[in-house]
Design a protein around this ligand. Structure first.
Ligand SMILES: [Fe+2]
Length: 434
């Protein structure tokens, strides 16, 4: 085993009574890069620690595979009850995979006076961000360059499809009909991007800032993209993926002609405004029928996209599996994109915050089995990505516990750190400018 794939841990950092289901290595005397197996699958006891101490003397460290260290902080999806001492010791790991220029201290940030679990991107007046001392290697620069090129390509295609969607909706508003040739072309463009581009870059593009005047066509497009991703994650065949994308693209057509300030309101509607908004699934259906679209699965998906599994939706108040599959999936994409829009206006742009809020509000009304798939796949895309912490330092996402979405485990200058409400992700790193 190479030392580069492992993390050295001081023996005193190993928590007593915790079972380590991984291999434990020690450094070969005289060879700084190769490790030998010491033991595996052990429960840490004082007796074992004494034995390890003798075996690794004069070093007081053992080496554990990097993946196992991350899992050390969790046990079957739940945090282990580590004491502060243990957490501190694990934070003091000496990492061999990134050269540490000088130790970074995570500054204490006073707790904001707000409700539990809430975060703010604001920093205190006397707070100075920690300088990022990580030196970029040539390989890092090449990687950043390739990622930037890929991102630019995704944005270019997305912007072209967005223009086509705007054009399609402008024509639909004038004629009362959809140009089906144009909608098919948009569907194919979305499908091609969903299946051939990096999903994390698509999600990043969907999450980007949008203006009020481009709300409706951007929202329809984003829901179509998200439906495309769900179709891909669920293993749908091409025909069903196309239908799901079309359902997303068409779901809010009935909002054409509504004042934008009512059309994009997700909460705080007056009873009169709500009566207006409630008509849009039926209006969407009527426009599709008028345009000659007869695909029953798509039409059902559109008319039912505001039905909720707990029966609180509209227009019919359907429940559970009475609601068709495309509508249950579109409700997830629709809710997520509305949440992204809301977070943009609230000036907080952490993907973890968005997923956390989405999860918090989503389970009672949405199909939880699809919500779970959506969140798990989104979380998977965040692993290994660079983020900016609330003190301005750069970190890399290592592990996200689905039951603690707000607090991913990150790597910061070679240290594995469990984030919390004092040290948390503020936003994704901007690929273009940073
Ligand atoms: Fe809608």
């Amino acid at each position: 085993m190479s030392a580069l794939d492992c993390v050295p841990i001081k023996l005193k950092a190993l928590p007593i009574d915790v079972h380590l289901g991984c291999k434990i290595y020690f450094k070969n005397p005289g060879d700084s890069s190769e490790l030998s197996l010491l033991c595996e699958d052990q429960t840490i006891t004082q007796k074992l620690l004494d034995r390890l101490k003798r075996a690794v003397f004069p070093e007081s460290k053992v080496y554990i595979p990097r993946e196992a260290v991350i899992k050390l902080l969790f046990d079957k999806g739940h945090y282990l009850d580590f004491s502060q001492e243990h957490i501190k010791a694990i934070r003091n790991l000496e990492s061999p995979w990134i050269k540490k220029e000088k130790p970074i201290e995570v500054p204490k940030i006073p707790k904001p006076s707000k409700t539990e679990g809430e975060q703010s991107s604001a920093t205190p007046k006397d707070f100075k961000p920690t300088p990022n001392v990580q030196i970029k290697t040539f390989q890092d620069k090449i990687k950043s360059h390739i990622e930037l090129q890929k991102y630019k390509e995704v944005i270019k295609v997305y912007d072209e499809v967005k223009d086509s969607t705007e054009d399609m909706l402008t024509n639909a508003a004038e004629t009362g009909k959809i140009d089906t040739e144009q909608s098919s072309s948009i569907t194919q463009d979305i499908q091609s991007q969903v299946n051939n581009s990096e999903v994390s870059l698509i999600v990043r593009t969907i999450n980007q800032i949008r203006t009020v005047d481009e709300y409706l066509h951007t929202h329809c497009l984003n829901v179509a993209y998200l439906n495309g991703l769900m179709g891909k994650w669920l293993g749908f065949d091409k025909e069903r993926q196309d239908e799901l994308v079309e359902t997303g693209l068409f779901h809010d057509l009935g909002k054409l002609g509504m004042p934008p300030e009512i059309a994009q309101k997700t909460e705080g509607l007056t009873p009169e405004e709500f009566e207006v908004v409630k008509k849009h699934p039926v209006l969407s259906l009527e426009m599709l029928m008028k345009s000659g679209i007869r695909n029953k699965a798509v039409l059902e998906g559109v008319i039912q996209h505001h039905e909720r599994v707990n029966g609180t939706g509209y227009p019919k108040g359907m429940q559970g599996r009475e609601i068709c599959e495309y509508a249950r999936i579109t409700a997830i994409s629709d809710t997520y994109d509305a949440m992204v829009t809301k977070r943009i206006h609230a000036d907080s742009h952490s993907p973890f915050k968005i997923l956390h809020e989405f999860e918090k509000g989503g389970y009672s009304e949405l199909d939880f089995s699809y919500v779970n798939i959506f969140i798990s796949c989104m979380v998977e895309e965040l692993k290994g990505k660079e983020i900016i912490m609330n003190n301005g330092s750069e970190a890399v996402v290592q592990f996200v516990n689905p039951s603690k979405l707000l607090y991913p485990i990150v790597e910061l200058n070679g240290e594995i750190i469990k984030t919390d409400d004092e040290f948390y992700c503020a936003r994704m790193k901007n690929i273009v400018q940073e």
